[in-house]
Design a protein around this ligand. Sequence first.
Ligand code: ATP
Ligand code: MG
Length: 386
Amino acid sequence: MDKVILIRYGEIHLKGRNRGFFESALVKNIKHKLKDIQCEFTCKRARYMVSNFSEEDEDIIIERLKQVFGIHSISVAQYIKTDLDEIVKTCVALAKDEGTFKVDTNRADKKFPMTSVQTSQFIGGKILEKHHKLSVDLFNPDFIVNIDIREDGGTFVYADKILCAGGMPVGTAGKGMLLLSGGIDSPVAGYMMSKRGLNLDAIHFHSYPYTSELAKEKVVDLAKIVSSYATRINLSCVPFTKIQEEIHKNCDSSYMITLVRCFMMRIAERVALMRGCGCIINGESLGQVASQTLESINITNSQIKTLPIFRPCIGMDKDEIIAIAQKIGTFETSILPYEDCCTVFLPDSPVIKPNPQKVEEELAKIPNAEELINEAIENIELIRIS
Ligand code: ATP
Ligand code: MG
């Protein structure tokens, strides 16, 4: 008898002729995730499984698999010889002592002498003989004993399904450039888009020495957490101080944040194209702050010429974003109290509905904008995170 971890994929099932493309990406990502753990990964006849691991690595393997997009659920299973006595013994051992249960059988091996229903009934009877406080409930059982009789002479027996992250394998949808601040929302935005199969690159704007080295480290830490779902991330750290100083010196202060955002978007698009990204991702949520009103978003949108912008948090309440941040492990880092470059030169009353004409006039007050952008891009510090 072998203990194995059975892996089931989710939405890939819906794919047609190109399913193989998604399956091989998933296999590659699983292998990458487990590469430093002593274990064997096999996929045969639509069953993926991890086997030959030591007891103490079991929890680590489960935690790692929960971070791989494309996996719907996993089960810790016993892999045994297809033999009725063996199956009975294993199922009886697996059953809990009390409550309600049912047996679910899948019989791929049509040579097995009982049908699925007969097998379930037979095994259910055997379990009841040994566990007197159990009863059968076919519709709402406390637990299910699953029997999966394969064609190769082996049978899986397992009880619980552990729900995993779902989504599509990372890398199957291309690559996106995530605007990563030190806040709560943007790491969540990155997580959500890599869940749909995007590889991520990230860009962070810092205003050293107005913002500290610690603020940058916090962003690196956030990128590390996001990268545990998204394989590897190249983080471009852009020196943004000079641009902010120029805006502060020359422009209407109530437009400070709007103009800062315009420059961020222009630079993000340039860097995204340089790094082979097909979209831009940010953590905006409609109406959350002055820079995220429809009018403000419209202005920042207009700065991007060629790429789509994805805002997966746009329709979410802060509470909902926080719940995801807590689930994926970014929240505690996000709330560390280091300043973001957006808080530098913050005006008392930022414009809530910026006027496009006025934005153009304010931008024209920085005639060397192109030079400043080029200089910022030339001085990017690239940090590779995996
Ligand atoms: P977050 O929690 O993600 O920081 P926020 O609620 O603080 O978001 P804003 O500060 O208005 O909102 O930022 C909106 C979006 O702009 C962020 O989600 C992020 O994608 C991007 N952004 C803001 N500041 C930076 C920065 N310093 N570097 C890179 N991107 C940034
Ligand atoms: Mg922020």
